[in-house]
Ligand binder design. Structure first.
Ligand code: IPE
Ligand code: IPE
Ligand code: MG
Length: 238
C-alpha cells in the first residue's frame, strides 16, 4: 500500500476492543483474548514505527474496567507487567518514547514502578510517542486537569482570565502529543467509551467489526489510507 507521508495522521488513537468476544467465540476464556491482543499490539507498533508515525495512544484499561471480575482485572494487570518486562528493551531500541496516561497512582505498586522505569528509560527518545492509557478515563482526565489549573489559580500563579484552550491542553496527560487526527475502534461497537474526549474533538473516526486480536497491520494501513482520503474541513468551507 502506497501511503503519502504528507497525508498521514500525526496522532492515532486505538480503542483495542473485542478481545473477550474473540476468545469466547472460539470456546476460550476471555483472558486468552487479551493475550492475543498483546501480540496484535506488537505488530501495530512495529508498523507505526516503520511509517514514522508521530504519536499512538492505545486504550489498555479504562476507569470503568475495574467493574469487571477480579480474575480478569488481575490477569490484565499481570499482562501489562509482563508486556513491559518483555518489550521495553525492544521499544527503546526502536527509539519509542513510552508514556502512561490515566490515574497511574491507583495501579498496583509494582506496575507503577515498572511503568515509571520504562518511561525513564525512554525519556530522551525521539521516535514514536507511544501513550498507554491505563486506568484512563477522558472525563477523569478533564477533572484532574481542572484541578491542576484551579490549584495554580489558588496559588496566584495563574489568572482566571488567562485560562484558554492551550493552558487546558497543557494540563492534560497527553500534553506531549498533538491532537488526535484518527481514532480507530475495533470490535464492532460504535462508541468512544470515555477515551480521549478532549483530544479527539476533530478526529476522524474509523470503525471495524474486526476484533482487536485479528486486527493486522494491513487493516491498520487501510485505516490510514482511508484517513488520507477524508475531507477535513474544521468548520470551514472549501
Ligand atoms: C478490550 O477488549 C480490552 C479491554 C477492555 C481491557 P474487551 O475485553 O472489552 O473485549 P470484549 O469487548 O468484551 O469482546
Ligand atoms: C473500552 O472498551 C476500553 C478499552 C478498550 C480498554 P470496553 O469494552 O471497556 O468498552 P465498553 O464497555 O464496550 O463501552
Ligand atoms: Mg469491550
Amino acid at each position: 500500500m502506497n501511503l503519502d507521508k504528507n497525508l498521514l495522521p500525526h496522532h492515532v488513537g486505538i480503542i483495542m476492543d473485542g478481545n473477550g468476544r474473540w476468545a469466547q467465540n472460539q470456546g476460550l476464556i476471555r483472558s486468552a483474548g487479551h493475550l492475543a491482543g498483546v501480540k496484535t499490539l506488537k505488530e501495530i507498533i512495529k508498523t507505526a514505527v516503520n511509517i514514522e508515525l508521530e504519536a499512538l495512544t492505545v486504550y489498555a484499561f479504562s476507569t470503568e474496567n475495574w467493574n469487571r471480575p477480579h480474575t480478569e482485572v488481575d490477569f490484565l494487570m499481570h499482562l501489562f507487567s509482563e508486556y513491559l518486562e518483555k518489550e521495553k528493551r525492544e521499544l527503546n531500541e526502536k527509539n519509542v518514547k513510552i508514556h502512561f496516561i490515566g490515574r497511574i497512582d491507583e495501579l498496583p505498586e509494582s506496575l507503577i514502578k515498572q511503568a515509571r522505569d520504562a518511561e525513564n528509560m525512554m525519556m530522551n527518545n525521539t521516535g514514536l510517542k507511544f501513550n498507554v492509557a491505563t486506568n484512563y478515563g477522558g472525563q477523569d482526565e478533564i477533572v484532574r486537569a481542572t484541578q491542576k489549573i484551579a490549584r495554580q489559580v489558588n496559588e496566584g500563579t495563574l489568572k482566571v482570565d488567562d485560562i484558554d484552550a492551550d493552558i487546558f491542553e497543557a494540563a492534560l496527560d497527553t500534553c506531549d502529543s498533538p491532537p488526535v487526527d484518527l481514532m480507530i475502534r475495533t470490535g464492532g461497537d460504535l462508541r468512544v467509551s470515555n477515551f480521549l474526549l478532549w483530544q479527539s474533538a476533530y478526529a476522524e473516526f474509523w470503525f471495524t467489526e474486526t476484533p482487536f486480536p485479528n486486527f493486522k497491520p494491513e487493516e491498520f494501513l487501510q485505516a490510514l489510507s482511508d484517513f488520507a482520503k477524508r475531507d477535513r474541513r474544521f468548520g470551514s468551507i472549501k
